[in-house]
Design a protein around this ligand. Structure first.
Ligand SMILES: [Zn+2]
Ligand SMILES: [Zn+2]
Length: 123
């Protein structure tokens, strides 16, 4: 039986509650409501733990800070360059994977595609 720490559960809960893709700092402020004495370092540590367990995903949409995804299922993202919101999109990347495999004669195991532009509110 796996042991889940209280902090790990709180970090996961905060991420699951979020509809966007928060950064570690945003998760930290959310978790602090439940565990006031938690440190940012502990939040980081639990996030990388959850990533290693394939429970969540992390990515750098704007190259500055890592953002986290409550799902590790493969899907793509649209990032608004104006308001910074990150939306989930599900497009079929099988064709892209196949053509890359053909061009490079390689085997694709996973792909991460980010779309950039202006969201419906900003455009
Ligand atoms: Zn926007
Ligand atoms: Zn996502």
């Amino acid at each position: 039986m796996r042991r889940y720490s209280k902090q790990r559960e709180a970090v996961l809960k905060a991420l699951r509650k979020s509809t966007t893709h928060p950064s570690a700092e945003e998760i930290y402020f959310e978790v602090k409501k439940e565990i006031p004495n938690i440190s940012l370092g502990t939040v980081y540590r639990n996030l990388s733990l959850l990533k290693n367990e394939d429970e969540i995903m992390g990515f750098f949409p704007f190259s500055d800070s890592e953002h986290f995804d409550k799902s590790s299922e493969p899907h793509q993202h649209f990032c608004c360059e104006k308001c910074g919101k990150i939306f989930d999109v599900n497009v079929n990347t099988d064709l892209t994977d196949k053509s890359v495999e053909e061009i490079l004669d390689c085997k694709i195991k996973s792909s991460k595609i980010l779309f950039y532009g202006l969201c419906s509110e900003c455009k």
